[in-house]
Design a protein around this ligand. Structure first.
Ligand SMILES: [Zn+2]
Length: 481
C-alpha cells in the first residue's frame, strides 16, 4: 500500500479559528512536555508514556477530547524515537528536539469518517472540539478530487485518521489516501543513471504485443537516449555562495571582544535567512520531475544498485573540496526512493543491476574502455568513441540479457555468484522472458547497425580542451578495479 497525503484548506470562521488555536496550544503543550520527559528518562514506549501521562492531561485539559490526549502522547513517543535515532546517526546536535508545530490527529471516532467516505462528493468534515462536534467546510481542489475519484473506483482507500494542521494562519485538513499499487503491462524498458547535473535516460519501447517477437521484423531500432538537466551541482554551488555571503554580512554583529567570531552558522539569524532560500524545496521539485519523466508510462525501470552512501564512494579520490561538496549534495538516494514510489503507483517496476563496470565497457564490443582528455568521453580499443553516460545506461540493458552472462565482462566474478539458470525463462519474476528476448533482439540489432553509423555513441570530440570546464559533467570517478 502506498500512502498519499492531501492537504485541503478549511473554511474557518473567527470563532472556530480561536477554538482550533486553543486545541493546538493544548496539544502542543502535551507533546512538548512528554517529549522532554521521554528523552530525559529514556522512555519511548507509547504504552508506558500513556500510563504515566494520560490521566494527568485529562485533568489538566478537561475540554480536550480524550482521544486527542491519547494521540498527543503517542505522537510524542514517535518524535522521541525518531530524534534518538537521528542523534544516534549523528544528524542532530541539540539535546532535545524542538517541537515547533503539531499535527492534531483525529482518529476515526473523533470525526465523521463513516459519513464522509460514504459521500460521492464530500465537502465538509465534522470534528470533535471543546464544546462538542463542529461542522467545518473544506475547500477541495483538483488533487483531492483526483484521489477521491480513485476511492470511488476502488483504487484507493481513505485512512481513518484525519490530521488538522496550521500553516501560518490557515488551517488544513490532511487526508491520507492508501493507494493500491497499479498492475500494468510495461510499454518500455527504461534505464537511468544519476550524475551531478544530469540524469541520463535510455528507453526502449516494447512492441505492442511482445508475443510478436518471434517474427520481429529487422527494423532499425535504436535505444533512445536523452538527459534531464537537474543541475543539483550548480544549485549547491549557488547556495554555497549565498550562504557565504550571509555569513560575511552577519560576521560584524557576532564579533567577540577577543576578536574571534561566534560560529555564525549556529545562530538564529543565520538560520532565519537560510530558511528563505528554499534550497530543499527546489531540490525536491527537481527530484519529482525526474521521477515523473521515468514513470510516465508503465515501464520496467533499470538502475544501478546504490550503496548505503553513494556519495561517499564517489568522492573517494576527488581532492577538490568544492566538488566533493557538490557531489554530496546530489540526492541519489532520494531520486531512487521517489522513483520507486511513483513506479508502484503507476504500474512500473524498478530493477537494480550491479554497478560493476557499467561505464567501463564498450556496449558494442564488450571491451574495456579507455579514458580520453575529456572525462565524459571514453575510447574503445577498436577505435571509436563512447559517451560515458551512453555506455552506462546501455550496459544496464545488456545486464538483463543472456549476453551479459555469456560475456561475463559486466560481472565481478570474484564477488558475484553467477546463476543464470535461476534467472532464465519465466522464473524471473520482474522481467517476463519475452521482454528479455525483445530487449536482446533490439540490442543486437543496435549493435549490428552501429557499423553503419558509428558516431551514434559519442557526441563530442575528445580533443576538447575541457578539463576545467568539464567539471560540470562530473560523475563517478573511475574506480580502480
Ligand atoms: Zn567498441
Amino acid at each position: 500500500m502506498l500512502r498519499r497525503a492531501v492537504a485541503v484548506e478549511l473554511e474557518v470562521t473567527k470563532e472556530l479559528n480561536k477554538l482550533l488555536y486553543s486545541v493546538e496550544a493544548m496539544y502542543l503543550n502535551i507533546v512538548r512536555e512528554v517529549v522532554e520527559y521521554a528523552i530525559a528518562n529514556n522512555v519511548t514506549n507509547p504504552t508506558q508514556l500513556h500510563r504515566l501521562f494520560y490521566s494527568k492531561y485529562r485533568q489538566e485539559y478537561p475540554s480536550l477530547n480524550s482521544q486527542l490526549v491519547i494521540q498527543a502522547i503517542r505522537q510524542s513517543s514517535e518524535i522521541t524515537k525518531s530524534f534518538i535515532e537521528r542523534k544516534r546517526r549523528g544528524l542532530v546536535g541539540k539535546p532535545y528536539p524542538e517541537v515547533r508545530s503539531a499535527s492534531i490527529r483525529f482518529v476515526e471516532t473523533t470525526w465523521n469518517y463513516e459519513q464522509f467516505t460514504s459521500s460521492i462528493a464530500p465537502v465538509r468534515i465534522t470534528i470533535s472540539l471543546p464544546g462538542g462536534r463542529r461542522e467545518v467546510w473544506i475547500k477541495p481542489h483538483k488533487r483531492f478530487w483526483l484521489y477521491w475519484w480513485r476511492v470511488l473506483n476502488g483504487e484507493a482507500e481513505l485512512a481513518g485518521t484525519l490530521i488538522v494542521k496550521r500553516r501560518v494562519n490557515k488551517w488544513y485538513a490532511v487526508f491520507i489516501f492508501e493507494v493500491k499499487p497499479r498492475e500494468a503491462k510495461p510499454q518500455s524498458v527504461v534505464s537511468f543513471d544519476i550524475n551531478e547535473n544530469t540524469v541520463a535516460i535510455s528507453r526502449i519501447n516494447l512492441a505492442s504485443t511482445v508475443g510478436m517477437v518471434a517474427d520481429w521484423n529487422r527494423q532499425y531500432v535504436t535505444p533512445e537516449l536523452y538527459m534531464i538537466r537537474t543541475d543539483f551541482g550548480r544549485l549547491a554551488k549557488r547556495y554555497e555562495r549565498i550562504r557565504d555571503a550571509i555569513i560575511d554580512r552577519l560576521k560584524p554583529h557576532f564579533a567577540l571582544p577577543s576578536g574571534n567570531y561566534v560560529n555564525i552558522a549556529d545562530t538564529r539569524e543565520f538560520r532565519k535567512r537560510v530558511k528563505h532560500l528554499r534550497e530543499r524545496g527546489r531540490k525536491i521539485g527537481r527530484v519529482r520531475h525526474v521521477a515523473n519523466e521515468l514513470t510516465k508510462t508503465p515501464a520496467i525501470i533499470v538502475t544501478e544498485e546504490l550503496g548505503d552512501n553513494p556519495q561517499e564512494s564517489m568522492i573517494n579520490g576527488i581532492g577538490k573540496d568544492e566538488l566533493r561538496h557538490r557531489i554530496k549534495q546530489t540526492p541519489f538516494k532520494s531520486i531512487e526512493k521517489v522513483v520507486e514510489d511513483k513506479a508502484l503507483e503507476r504500474g512500473s517496476r524498478v530493477l537494480h543491476v550491479s554497478a560493476y563496470r557499467n561505464s567501463r565497457v564498450c556496449p558494442i564490443h564488450f571491451t574495456r574502455l579507455e579514458g580520453t582528455d575529456d572525462w565524459h568521453i571514453l575510447k574503445c580499443p577498436l577505435g571509436h568513441l563512447v559517451d560515458r553516460d551512453y555506455a552506462s545506461v546501455t550496459n544496464m540493458f545488456w545486464k538483463l540479457t543472456p549476453e551479459a552472462w555469456a560475456k561475463g565482462v559486466w560481472w565481478n566474478l570474484k564477488s558475484e555468484e553467477m546463476n543464470w539458470k535461476a534467472r532464465e525463462g519465466d522464473s524471473n519474476p520482474i522481467i517476463p522472458h519475452p521482454i528479455v528476448q525483445y530487449l536482446h533482439a533490439t540490442l543486437k540489432e543496435f549493435k549490428a547497425s552501429f557499423e553503419q553509423s558509428p558516431a551514434v555513441l559519442a557526441r563530442g570530440n575528445p580533443m576538447n580542451p575541457a578539463r576545467g570546464a568539464n567539471e560540470g559533467w562530473a560523475r563517478k570517478p573511475p574506480t580502480p578495479s
